[in-house]
Write a protein that binds this ligand. Structure first.
Ligand SMILES: NC(=O)c1ccc[n+]([C@@H]2O[C@H](COP(=O)([O-])OP(=O)(O)OC[C@H]3O[C@@H](n4cnc5c(N)ncnc54)[C@H](OP(=O)(O)O)[C@@H]3O)[C@@H](O)[C@H]2O)c1
Length: 256
């Protein structure tokens, strides 16, 4: 895939999947705004590495759960990287194994803020800019949890399901502006929060779970980044408002 002359804002770029997305986009000629929340050192190191691939790359810190911070982030990227063409809403958090009755209100609200509200704030800020450039791409990273909906996942599953609904609605509002909006739902990935969940599990339980994945293994972050690269390319020009599940084969089990 070649995406030369484009600029992407990737949120949660310091995470396992975010890093792979940034590296893949940079390798195809995209300038990258490397968003981080707390991990400034990792974001700056990644931005430097991307610059080595011959693209512009800058680390931007922002708590995108605050509407003003999200607005300012998009504004800065637009100003400093000469426009924004692609928004990858990848930042996300999870808490597994917590039943509704045991969940603190603040924990619920924080998950809604990070996984859902931030995406609204960023899309709202980015769309006028994408329109002004004659079009663009938005990809929202959801999760295979929207298919499996296991007990103990209420906040994560609700926010990721709402993100898919949001994606489908938004895609209709902006399709005629030449802005394509899609979602991507990874299954279990051997990076970031997926790797963390695997590391915490009893090896025998983990092996049984992995056996339920038709391909017989977790995915790699690169396998998610590859599909994002496709989704934002002209090869996907008629793909709009979809939730592309990338999970190693159809299944309803989920790993918490
Ligand atoms: N890994 C998997 O198996 C898997 C499976 C399905 C879906 N997903 C989804 O894929 C996306 C990336 O997952 P990952 O595994 O790469 O996650 P990760 O490694 O845990 O990274 C999470 C990222 O989100 C950022 N973040 C956390 N709180 C934030 C906040 N308040 N505001 C802004 N950014 C914040 C973190 O920034 P800092 O580190 O800079 O603080 C980090 O870059 C998430 O949306 C996740 O739900 C992952």
């Amino acid at each position: 895939m070649e995406h030369k002359q484009k600029t992407a804002l990737v949120t949660g770029a310091t995470g396992g999947i975010g890093e792979a997305i940034c590296e893949t986009l940079a390798a195809t000629g995209v300038s990258v705004a490397v968003h981080y929340h707390q991990n400034k050192a990792a974001a700056e190191e990644l931005a430097q590495r991307l610059q080595g691939l011959g693209v512009r790359a800058v680390a931007y810190g922002a708590d995108v759960t605050r509407p003003q911070a999200a607005q300012e982030l998009v504004q800065r990227v637009d100003d400093e990287l000469d426009g924004i063409d692609i928004l990858i809403n990848n930042a996300g958090i999870t808490v597994g194994g917590l039943d509704v009755a045991d969940m603190e209100v603040d924990a619920w609200l924080h998950m809604v803020d990070v996984n859902l509200n931030s995406v609204f704030y960023l899309c709202r800020a980015a769309i006028p800019r994408l329109r002004a450039r004659g079009g663009g791409q938005i990809v929202n990273v959801s999760s295979n949890i929207v298919n499996s909906l296991p007990g103990g996942s209420s906040a994560y599953a609700a926010t990721k399901s709402a993100l898919v609904a949001f994606t489908k609605v938004l895609s209709k509002e902006v399709a005629r502006d030449n802005i394509r909006v899609n979602a991507l739902s990874p299954g279990l990935i051997a990076a970031g929060m997926g790797q963390g969940a695997m590391d915490r599990r009893d090896p025998a339980v983990l092996e049984r779970f992995i056996d339920t994945i038709p391909i017989g293994r977790p995915g790699e972050a690169q396998e998610i980044a590859n599909v994002i690269s496709f989704l934002i390319s002209d090869a996907a020009s008629y793909v709009i408002g979809q939730n592309l599940t990338v999970n190693g084969g159809d299944r309803t089990e989920s790993y918490q």
